[in-house]
Design a protein around this ligand. Structure first.
Ligand SMILES: Cc1cc2nc3c(=O)[nH]c(=O)nc-3n(C[C@H](O)[C@H](O)[C@H](O)COP(=O)(O)OP(=O)(O)OC[C@H]3O[C@@H](n4cnc5c(N)ncnc54)[C@H](O)[C@@H]3O)c2cc1C
Length: 478
């Protein structure tokens, strides 16, 4: 059964080792750098118990992201569930629990991919899926390696010992988004490994509270936020990114998904629908985020009195076109669904459209942000440092006199512009731009993959057929 928000928050009080600014965080649900975001995530769980959303978010008491889709209709139903949660965070919570839930359902759709020659991870993969679904658990994932110095000790998570009942791992992984808010963290590798890289060829999932597992948080934007009024997004939707460090951590076999197997460690993301399922969630969230940002742009231009100027109207038209483009990628990936090769009867969103979504979104997001900033003008910078100034006996009347615009009171204007700055210009906004560019991997990796896996032959054949249709003897006109 799905958990309540309170049950979720209680699960985070497990002695996990989270560090921020040189101090160990006792309880992320209480700490001012994390508590509002934890509450926002708890709200997602509560939505599943809200009768208006229960049928969309769940089937038979299980969140839809955990279900292995069997048809186009199942994919659409899962996307509707993703959309409800994406809207609850206005697209700014990227790695919500439905993200890794869908990836785990991807492993469960074709667990044989994890049965390598040396180690059979198919049982642990099915167990992971069952454990997450039955407990309605939140898993994050860290798949990115820190840079290595060829002359120093390997910093990347690797196997250092095998013991009775499991393995011991040591090293780090980069950028565990939402790991501080998760119940479990899946540690693995999504990029190809060299054939000799067997020690790094390991994937496992551990409770975040496991002894020896440390999370070193980046700057908390929530912690720096003055108030919800001043930083409406970063104060509540700062999903955090943390360096994950495993200090000789014991992993029992039942949690080891791949072991000393270069091929299976890579294939578990690419020959199961796991990655495609991740993109399905991400593309739905991206579409939602663009809807939100376009809405902010419309409100800004209305407040600035510029909305009906033809160039501004055209700019809004371009943004709405971009929203439609983001939506089209989601719908097209569903419509081009494919059966899971060698799987247990499941389907997955279409691969070529899903892969292409990464390119579109990574390029489109920074452009959209620039376009909205251009519409905003200097007003998003010229703001009182704090909403408290509006309540001040001397400053409040001054601001009400000088900061208003036709049809918009000072308070409404400051509120809107602070929201816009948080979304577009703040440090939190900068992190989001980097997120949209990189969370699917770096462009030099996914563009190569697109070049290898895209249907270049069909494009080439079409161009070739044109070339083949004429030669030097063909007349100038027919
Ligand atoms: C906000 C945010 C959240 C993230 N969350 C997660 C998460 O939850 N889990 C997770 O596993 N990962 C996460 N990531 C990590 C993400 O997957 C990586 O950033 C991405 O895979 C790129 O790896 P990298 O950062 O090491 O960049 P690099 O691989 O170092 O690439 C950086 C740049 O260097 C250049 N470059 C490097 N190598 C080459 C090359 N061979 N050829 C050409 N150019 C090259 C390119 O310009 C490239 O853009 C997150 C990233 C961000 C920014």
């Amino acid at each position: 059964m799905t958990r309540s928000g309170q049950e979720y928050l209680q699960s985070l009080r497990d002695g996990r080792e989270t560090w921020l600014d040189g101090e160990r965080v006792d309880d992320v649900t209480e700490h001012p750098a994390f508590r509002n975001t934890a509450a926002s995530l708890a709200h997602l769980y509560d939505l599943a118990h809200d009768s208006a959303h229960t049928p969309v978010l769940t089937r038979d008491g299980v969140h839809r992201a955990f279900l292995v889709p069997r048809s186009y209709e199942d994919l659409v139903a899962r996307r509707r569930a993703h959309k409800v949660w994406a809207e609850a965070g206005f697209g700014f919570l990227g790695r919500t629990p439905d993200c890794m839930a869908a990836a785990a359902a991807g492993f469960a759709a074709v667990p044989g991919v994890l049965a390598g020659g040396a180690y059979d991870g198919s049982g642990p993969a099915l167990a992971l899926h069952r454990r997450l679904a039955d407990g309605d658990l939140y898993a994050a994932f860290t798949l990115t390696n820190p840079p290595a110095d060829p002359d120093g000790e390997d910093p990347v998570v690797r196997v250092v010992a095998e013991k009775d009942g499991g393995i011991v791992v040591r090293g780090a992984k980069m950028i565990g988004t939402a790991a501080v808010f998760a119940d479990e963290v899946v540690v693995g590798t999504i990029e190809p490994l060299a054939p000799h890289d067997t020690e790094r060829a390991v994937c496992f999932s551990l409770p975040v509270g496991t002894p020896g597992l440390r999370l070193l948080s980046r700057t908390s934007y929530e912690g720096r936020a003055r108030s919800v009024f001043d930083h409406p997004l970063s104060s509540r939707f700062d999903e955090n990114d943390a360096l994950l460090v495993c200090d000789d951590v014991f992993v029992p076999w039942e949690r080891v998904l791949t072991y000393r197997d270069v091929d299976a460690t890579f294939a578990m993301w690419w020959r199961t629908p796991a990655f495609l399922n991740l993109v399905h969630q991400a593309a739905t969230r991206f579409w939602t985020k663009l809807e939100f940002l376009t809405g902010v742009a419309v409100l800004l231009t209305r407040a600035n009195g510029t909305h009906d100027l033809p160039p501004v109207t055209q700019a809004i038209g371009r943004l709405l076109g971009r929203v439609a483009q983001a939506k089209a990628f989601v719908l097209a990936a569903e419509a081009s669904y494919e059966p899971v090769d060698g799987g247990r009867g499941g389907v997955a969103p279409g691969k070529d459209i899903s892969f292409a979504q990464r390119i579109m979104a990574g390029e489109l997001y920074p452009q959209a942000v620039q376009e909205i900033k251009l519409l905003a003008g200097g007003g998003i910078v010229q703001l009182p440092a704090s909403g408290q100034d509006l309540l001040h006996p001397d400053l409040g009347p001054l601001l009400r006199k000088y900061v208003r615009s036709p049809g918009t009171s000072a308070e409404e204007r400051v509120k809107l512009l602070k929201l816009a700055w948080d979304a577009l210009g703040s440090e939190f906004a900068g992190r989001h731009e980097q997120y949209e560019r990189f969370y699917h991997g770096a462009p030099h990796v996914y563009l190569m993959q697109q070049a290898w896996e895209g249907d270049a032959e069909a494009c080439e054949a079409l161009a070739r057929s044109c070339l083949d249709g004429y030669d030097l003897t063909t007349g100038a006109s027919r």
